[in-house]
Design a protein around this ligand. Structure first.
Ligand code: SF4
Length: 177
């Protein structure tokens, strides 16, 4: 039987959810027996490929780049998974939502800068007015709360999905640590 195609994506998050994924340790080998990792910040593949079976998304949607990326990924993925509180609720990145966007830029690039203050117009992707959880911009199939979700929870969820089942996560997850 051919392997399924698994991807992981890092939007606006701290990478803690990917660290928890890496905490699968030797269980990564069990995942690798069932799926090829076809895109991830953990591997050197530049383009998100077509026909991905399962994509785990860490982080909220904060920038225009995040928005375009998750829309493209949704089109190319059968099962899209919000991994962690930032993807599920927008969590920490959404703390800026209580301020106007200009105030956010000014705080980061003017008020706290001692050398050459100025809002960047290149390299840094333009921010969206508000940070959004993933399901507010594209349909999401599975939610795994936690900050981060434990390796045990991620392994259970991924194993179930790769086996063609829907993981029952309500008793295994909670928001926050
Ligand atoms: S959910 Fe927590 S661990 Fe995951 S990216 Fe957000 S802040 Fe980091």
């Amino acid at each position: 039987m051919s392997k399924l195609r698994l991807a992981t994506v890092w939007l606006d998050g701290c990478s803690g959810c990917h660290m928890s994924f890496l905490d699968l340790d030797e269980r990564l080998l069990a995942v690798a027996e069932k799926a090829d990792l076809v895109y991830s910040p953990l591997v050197d593949i530049k383009e998100f490929p077509p026909d991905v079976d399962v994509t785990l998304v860490e982080g909220a949607v904060s920038s225009e780049e995040d928005l375009h990326k998750i829309q493209m990924i949704r089109q190319r993925t059968k099962i899209l998974v919000s991994l962690g509180d930032c993807a599920v609720t927008a969590n920490v990145p959404s703390m800026r939502n209580m301020f106007p966007l200009k105030a956010v830029y000014d705080r980061a690039y003017q008020e706290n800068v001692t050398r050459d203050p100025g809002t960047p117009t290149k390299v840094v992707p333009p921010l969206l007015e508000k940070v959004r959880p993933v399901h507010e911009v594209v349909p999401v199939d599975v939610f795994i709360p936690g900050c981060p979700p434990s390796a045990d929870t991620i392994f259970y969820a991924v194993s179930e999905l790769l086996a063609g089942r829907s993981p029952e996560l309500s008793a295994k997850t909670r928001f926050g640590a």
